[in-house]
Design a protein. Structure first.
Length: 360
């Protein structure tokens, strides 16, 4: 519950569409949200603070962009390639707005993640999106297909909304109206838009060297890697190196509970901080933590802020949970980052509502 609390979602803001209908049209994400709906897409654009495509075309911007939803219906990434009048082509990485309220520790707002794109990469982005508004034959079910005995099941498919805009061209020898092509497509459709979105992510990754410090083996795909890279703060090259320590810390807490083992945090501290390690072990025993992305002030120092869920939670019937904010201050020791100090806020108890559901 705590892990999902800071994840933007559309489920509570929209009108429910009949599940059978939304999936038959190929418009449903894993939660059944109709991602083809114009109002839903408007809300999605607001998550990334994007202008409507029509507004960009009026400004003379040529662009290729997509919004990606993961296999659990969560908005993950917004990626834009754009060429504004008088400017070089640029790639811009966006993530959904962080709707979490202020905690006990100041959360740094990450800087924009953008880079100038060379002509080769720009042309690759254009070529990749040539046919995103076209449907393949296999996407169009025929009567004969519907009579078949086989059933195809696709679970937890990702979903993308992709747009390709070309502004009007006016000149003495040629003239062309503005053109906008778009598609909303799930990976289960096996169409052209999802592969195009992933190829755009590949192009973006190639021109963002700070993201190369993240270990690709730790991520589901380039989409989730780019989202993490965007959330890194300060010196991204340094912050990216600290990510592995933070994720390992989370995993050690989880594995200690899952395997019912004693918690050992000594490896996260330098030798002269053994007492601090023992103290944190006592405070974290039976707890889990969900951290954001590190913020590095320079190549040697970083910090990360997260939410701690203690072991002693209220009984289920109380419809409440307990949590605290936690901050780790990290130092680069060469091969890895260690915890220099930590701070845990007072534990809070928060009530939550449970919706009544009736069987139909």
């Amino acid at each position: 519950m705590l892990a999902l609390a800071g994840t933007p979602t559309l489920a509570d803001e929209t009108t429910v569409t009949p599940i059978d209908d939304v999936f038959e049209r190929g418009c449903g994400d894993d939660n059944g949200t109709d991602r083809c709906d114009a109002e839903i897409q408007r809300i999605m654009r607001e998550l990334y603070e994007w202008e409507p495509a029509e507004a960009l075309l009026e400004q003379g911007v040529q662009f290729r962009r997509f919004m990606m939803v993961d296999g659990y219906g969560r908005d993950v990434l917004g990626l834009t390639f754009e060429r504004r009048p008088g400017s070089s082509p640029t790639v811009i990485v966006d993530v959904p707005k962080d709707e979490r309220g202020e905690g006990n520790f100041v959360r740094n707002v990450p800087a924009s993640l953008t880079a100038v794109v060379g002509l080769e990469q720009w042309n690759r982005a254009l070529d990749t999106t040539l046919f995103v508004d076209q449907q393949l034959a296999r996407e169009q079910a025929s009567d004969e297909d519907e009579k078949g005995d086989s059933i195809t099941i696709c679970l937890h498919g990702w979903f993308t909304v992709i747009e390709a805009g070309d502004p009007a061209i006016r000149g003495s020898n040629s003239s062309a109206k503005a053109k906008l092509r778009s598609d909303a497509e799930g990976s289960c459709a096996k169409g052209l838009s999802m592969p195009a979105a992933f190829e755009l992510a590949n192009v973006a990754y190639g021109v963002l060297p700070e993201c190369h410090q993240l270990d690709e083996a730790d991520y589901r795909n380039r989409m989730t890697l780019l989202a993490e890279c965007k959330r890194l703060g300060g010196d991204r090259l340094a912050a990216a190196r600290a990510v592995k320590t933070v994720r390992r810390f989370e995993d050690v807490l989880y594995q200690s509970i899952r395997k019912q083992q004693d918690l050992s945090l000594a490896s996260f501290f330098s030798y002269d901080r053994k007492e601090m390690a023992a103290e944190l072990e006592r405070r974290m025993r039976g707890a889990t933590a969900d951290f954001g992305s590190p913020h590095a002030t320079d190549g040697l120092h970083a910090h990360v802020i997260g939410t701690l869920s203690p072991a002693d939670q209220p009984p289920e019937e109380e419809n409440a949970y307990r949590y605290a904010d936690i901050r780790l201050d990290l130092r680069n020791r060469g091969r890895n980052w260690t915890i220099e100090s930590y701070e845990i806020s007072n534990i809070k108890t928060v009530a939550y509502e449970v919706e009544d559901t009736e069987d139909e």
